[in-house]
Design a protein around this ligand. Structure first.
Ligand SMILES: *Cc1c(COP(=O)(O)O)cnc(C)c1O
Ligand SMILES: [Zn+2]
Length: 423
C-alpha cells in the first residue's frame, strides 16, 4: 500500500511537501496574519482499486476508524492504534422533529467514543502516525477533550505524553489527562503555552496532536484525517444518501474540514453522488462568521467573551475552516449561551442525549437557521454531537432538594411543589 499516500499539500497555494513532521502549515504562502493548513494527498486511482462499499461495511467495528484504513495516512498496519473509536450511532430525532417542525433531523452521537468525544478519531490517527514517524513523546496544549484523548491514545501506543494546560482546567478534564498517565503542566498564560510547546517540538522532537502556531491555527494534518470517518459512517448509515446539511460545533475547524473532506472523497470515489452543505456552529465570538461577513481571505482575531461552550471557545479559527465554508456554500452560525443551554435541555429531555454545551451549539444553530428560513424544513440535517454533557456538569447541576418522609402524602406534596406533577 506504499504509494497510496503521496504527501502533503497546501490548501491555499498548492505547494507540495513530503510526508513529514510539518505542523505549522505552509511556509511558502505564510504572512504575518495568514497561515494555510496542509492536507494529505492520496493516489485515489490506486485507492479505488482497493476499496468498495461492501469492504468497509463487512469489516469488524472493532477496527475503529481503521475500518477505513485505505483512506487514512498510516502505511504500516502495526502502527494503527485503536481503542475502538468511531462507529457511533446516527439517531433520528423524532421528538425534536415534531417540536421544531422538521422532517429529517439526525444526531451523530460522538459522545460514545472511548474518551467520550470525537477527538478520539483525530487522536487515533495522529498518534498512530506519530508511532510511524518514530515519535517517543506526544504533546498538546489544551484544557479540554484533546488532552484526555491524546493521553489515552499515547497510553495505548506506549508513548510518553506531556500536556500543557491552564490553571482554569476543570477537575474532570484534568482527571482524564492524569488517569491515562499524562504529565500535566499548568502554564500561567495561553500564549506562553504555544511558544513553549513549539520549542519542545523543534528541539526535543516531541510529537504534537494539536496546534501551537499563530496567527491562524494549523494543527496536525494527519489527525484531521481521522474526522473523515464521521462522513464515511454518516454516508453508510443513510444508505449512501448524503444529507443536505451537516452541523459541526466549531472552533479551529479541524472537525468541520475533516468531515467535509470525507464527503468529498466518497463522492470522488463514486461511493456517493452528492455533497452536503456544512454549518459551523460557533459561540457568540464567531471568528468564522466574522471573516465571512467581512469577506476576508484570512481569519482575524475577534474580541474574547465568556461562554459556557468551553470546547468551542476561541477568538480565532483556521484557513481550512474558512475554505470549507466557501467550498461547501455553508453557514457559520454564532449562537448565544442561552440558546446553547436551551438546546442542551431539549436534546436531553426530548431525545435522551446529554451533550456538552459546546456540542449542543449544533442544535442551537439549526433552530436559528430554520427560524431565519435559511434551512428548509424538509431537508435532511445531521447534528454532530461532539462530546458528552458529563464533561462539564457545572451549567446544569441541579440544586439538591430536601428529603421527605417515605409517606404517600409527602410524595404528593413534593411532586406538586417541585415539579407541578399530580399523583
Ligand atoms: C475540540 C472540540 C470541538 C471543536 O473542534 P475543532 O476541530 O477545533 O473545531 C467541538 N466540540 C468538542 C466537544 C470538542 O472537544
Ligand atoms: Zn501555501
Amino acid at each position: 500500500m506504499a504509494d497510496r499516500v503521496i504527501g502533503l499539500k497546501c490548501l491555499n497555494c498548492g505547494a507540495e511537501y513530503p510526508l513529514s513532521r510539518m505542523f505549522e502549515g505552509c511556509p511558502k504562502c505564510a504572512t504575518d496574519k495568514f497561515r494555510s493548513n496542509l492536507t494529505v494527498v492520496y493516489d485515489y486511482d490506486a485507492i479505488s482499486k482497493l476499496i468498495s462499499k461492501d469492504l468497509f461495511l463487512k469489516r469488524s467495528r472493532l477496527m475503529g476508524v481503521w475500518r477505513f484504513k485505505e483512506l487514512l495516512p498510516v502505511e504500516n498496519e502495526k502502527y494503527m492504534i485503536t481503542l475502538g473509536e468511531g462507529n457511533t450511532p446516527l439517531l433520528k430525532c423524532k421528538n425534536l422533529e415534531k417540536i421544531l417542525g422538521l422532517r429529517n433531523l439526525y444526531v451523530k452521537d460522538e459522545s460514545r467514543n472511548p474518551t467520550w468525544s470525537y477527538k478520539d478519531r483525530l487522536c487515533s490517527v495522529a498518534i498512530s502516525k506519530g508511532l510511524e514517524f518514530g515519535a517517543k513523546v506526544a504533546t498538546v496544549a489544551t484544557t479540554g477533550n484533546h488532552g484526555g484523548s491524546t493521553a489515552a491514545y499515547a497510553a495505548k501506543a506506549g508513548m510518553d505524553c506531556v500536556i500543557f494546560t491552564l490553571p482554569t482546567v476543570s477537575d474532570i478534564m484534568l482527571t482524564l489527562m492524569h488517569i491515562y498517565g499524562a504529565k500535566v503542566v499548568p502554564i500561567t498564560t495561553p500564549e506562553g503555552r504555544w511558544a513553549l510547546m513549539k520549542k519542545c517540538v523543534e528541539e526535543l522532537g516531541w510529537y504534537p496532536t494539536g496546534t501551537y502556531s499563530s496567527p491562524m491555527p494549523t494543527g496536525n494534518p494527519y489527525g484531521v484525517q481521522g474526522y473523515k470517518t464521521i462522513a464515511f459512517e454518516i454516508a453508510e448509515q443513510l444508505e449512501f444518501e448524503v444529507p443536505d446539511w451537516v452541523v459541526v460545533p466549531t472552533v479551529y475547524g479541524e472537525g468541520l474540514y475533516g468531515i467535509w473532506l470525507g464527503f468529498n472523497e466518497f463522492q470522488n470515489l463514486g461511493i456517493t453522488d452528492d455533497l452536503p452543505r456544512m454549518i459551523a456552529a460557533e459561540t457568540e465570538m464567531g471568528p468564522i462568521a466574522n471573516a465571512l461577513r467581512k469577506n476576508l481571505d484570512y481569519i482575524e482575531k475577534v474580541p474574547s467573551k465568556p461562554t459556557v461552550a468551553l470546547s468551542i471557545a476561541g477568538t480565532i479559527s483556521s484557513y481550512q475552516a474558512l475554505k470549507t465554508m466557501r467550498d461547501s456554500n455553508g453557514y457559520a452560525m454564532p449562537v448565544t449561551d442561552d440558546e446553547i443551554l436551551q438546546a442542551q435541555k431539549m436534546l436531553a429531555k426530548h431525545e435522551g442525549i446529554f451533550a456538552e454545551p459546546a456540542s449542543s451549539a449544533s442544535l442551537a444553530a439549526v433552530i436559528r437557521l430554520v427560524e431565519e428560513n435559511r434551512i428548509d424544513r424538509d431537508e435532511k440535517i445531521v447534528l454532530v454531537i461532539t462530546s458528552t454533557g458529563l464533561k462539564d456538569i457545572r451549567p446544569v447541576t441541579p440544586k439538591k432538594l430536601p428529603a421527605i418522609e417515605p409517606v404517600w402524602k409527602d410524595l404528593e406534596i413534593f411532586l406538586k411543589k417541585h415539579y407541578n406533577f399530580q399523583l
